[in-house]
Ligand binder design. Sequence first.
Ligand code: HXC
Length: 520
Amino acid sequence: MSIQQENISKLVERRAKARLGGGEKRIEAQHQKGKYTARERIAMLLDEGSFEEYDMFVQHRCTNFGMDKQHFDGDGVVTGCGTIGGRLVYVFAQDFTVTGGSLSKTMSEKICKVMDMAVRNGAPCIGLNDSGGARIQEGIDALAGYAEIFERNILASGVIPQISGIFGPCAGGAVYSPALTDFTLMVKNTSYMFLTGPAVVKSVIGEEVTQEELGGASVHATKSGVAHFAADSEEEGIATIKALLSFLPQNNTEEAPRVPTNDPYNRVDDALNSIIPDNPNKPYDMYAVIGSIVDDGAFLEVHKGFAKNIIVGFAHMNGRSVGIVANQPSMLAGALDINASRKGARFVRFCDAFNIPIVTLVDVPGFLCGTHQEYGAIISNGAKLLYAYGEATVPKVTVTLRKSYGGAHIVMSCKQLRGDINYAWPSANIAVMGADGAVNVLYAKDMKAAETPDEAKAIFEAKKKEYEDLFSNPYQAAQKGYIDDVIEPRNTRFRVIRALEQLSAKKLDLPAKKHDNLPL
Ligand code: HXC
């Protein structure tokens, strides 16, 4: 064998060894837990043959606790770039088979390298997390490594889409990298995220709780809202990340790709003309409206299990990517509460940062009231959604279907928050509050002074009718130009698409500032 041939076979051998990470036994153990390895995940994620790996031979530099005798090429993370649907992405996947995927200083350097490349080259960065946290043997160096990643997450925020997949443990301060990214996806039963694990929780506050109860996918996708997606399996998780990317631009200077569609832009849906019940207190399903107006009824919902009184997610309309925000009358009557406001605000801000037009479907009776909401700062949290809409400069098309009352009317992308095109259905009801509440405030004294309950009831009914005649329609708002047009529900798809086409070259700036001071 020539020297060159020998060199080449050494390379091939070393690559093969590096690809085995922590070795076959640990790979087997990973599979036994129902989990894939970092390389298997990357293979599922990227277009076949597109993966370009970096730093395969990087090794840690730690000598404490016998680490000088333990070296693995690649050091517990697989990094590089590739394509998804032909579009460039950068990726890092922690390899649990190497010291439990724990983060060393060198691992952080590998991760930072691909994050920097992603920003420089204007492509999304996807992190697949599966790690025991800071590599204990490295002490402060591991913490410094985390901080370097966090700083990059912050600087890349609003510049490139950042997506975190949680495919195993993610504990301690490590949770803050996913929390700083745009979307976090967890896999049910095999992933968890918490600041402090069950053992520490028990010793500090005496609370007994399992890993799943404390920080499993079901908790974060429903109660805390930390996870935007909860997948049943790793395959589903990877497919969701790919689907999500198909709606997003590569970076904040680009538009999301337009996709061909066979769904006619002027398709009408007669069913929408009768979807609103005659009884204003009766709910209907907002998903039916969304499904009717978007291309092929396809909707990728974000935060599906969290704050279900507001629906947010991505769809295409005439091939154009849009963010949909819609009140859900069949959950808490569609009222805005703390979680709905946070959920909506985060989504609106994402769309605005990445040039995705926002279509808002309004049926909101107001903000949820009571001590629970007030003590939890519904004021500041509601202000987040208000702020997000008011600040957004992307095209904003709003359709009011039914109720739009009070502060919630303003918050849900009203005209004066620089809503571009605001439509209303004939069933719209845009007012300071609902008729019952209004009459009870305005005519309380008259009803109290009535001599009989029947007389009080008659006053109530008469005044309610007067109020409804005046306000329970969209025409007061339309007469003043606060609504641009009252449209037939069946034409909603066509009208929204035409508005979006019209707004496709919209330009609107914010005043110069260092940064805003969003109410946090
Ligand atoms: C070094 C680690 C490690 C860590 C796991 N390993 N976590 N090595 N540093 N943090 C190693 C194990 O020694 C083992 O090595 C291998 O990874 C697999 O771990 P197991 O324990 O055998 O796996 P499993 O039973 O599945 O348990 C996984 C685990 C557990 C729950 C994650 O390993 C664990 O509790 N690890 C410690 C978690 C932790 O406290 N991390 C620090 C958090 S604080 P061998 O050689 O046997 O295969 C933190 C601060 C971040 O992260 C701050 C950022 C700002």
